[in-house]
Design a protein. Structure first.
Length: 195
């Protein structure tokens, strides 16, 4: 479900004297949709940490199309890195992509994916942001093309609907996206201490 409002969340109790746990925010979208730029900007604005896209790092390391086994590894490693970073986050942990993006690559490149990757793609995030492909495609040597970006966006939308995963669509340039997100990020209830 794509929306411009945050999914409803109820505050969860926090033991007395403990810091509220960080919430996880992930960015979705095709190649050259502004995910990394927005992830870095959000982390700076929220004074927290962000988790880079492991799949890109791995692709630059080995190059070429990943096998299904490699894609499952990418999804698992992305989750492991998010979990490792959670304790360093303040308020929010910003995740530049999620295993849902890895699933999109598997389905577009191979026509199928392991069930374990489908399960990882449904991983809980307190907020999912889908970056619209609404500006010119930028080729950096590690991306495909604008047609592939459009296919990624369409399949991401389809999977979000299939798995009933709430998501907020962000569009415009970086300053417009940040302006759109500021009121949303402050509206989500924070974990609270018990009475």
């Amino acid at each position: 479900m794509i929306t411009t409002a945050l999914p409803k969340a109820s505050p969860s109790p926090v033991p007395p004297g403990a810091a509220p746990p960080a919430r996880r925010l992930c960015l979705l979208g095709g190649e050259s949709a502004g995910k990394t730029t927005l992830a870095q900007a959000l982390a700076d604005e929220l004074d927290t940490v962000w988790v880079a896209e492991y799949g890109r790092e791995r692709w630059l390391e080995i190059g070429g199309t990943f096998s299904l086994d490699e894609l499952l590894h990418v999804g698992q490693e992305q989750v492991a890195r998010e979990d490792a970073a959670l304790s360093r986050a303040r308020g929010w942990l910003v995740c530049d992509t999620s295993p849902l993006t890895t699933l999109v690559y598997a389905l577009l490149d191979h026509g199928s994916a392991p069930e374990a990757l489908h399960t990882l793609a449904r991983r809980h995030y307190d907020l999912r942001l889908l970056c619209a492909p609404d500006f010119g495609f930028v080729q950096d040597g590690a991306r495909r093309d604008d047609r592939f970006r459009a296919e990624q966006h369409a399949l991401t939308l389809e999977l979000l609907q299939r798995y009933d995963l709430p998501c907020v669509l962000v569009n415009g340039d970086l300053s417009q996206r940040l302006a759109q997100l500021r009121p949303l990020l402050t509206a989500l209830p924070q974990p609270s201490a018990p009475p």
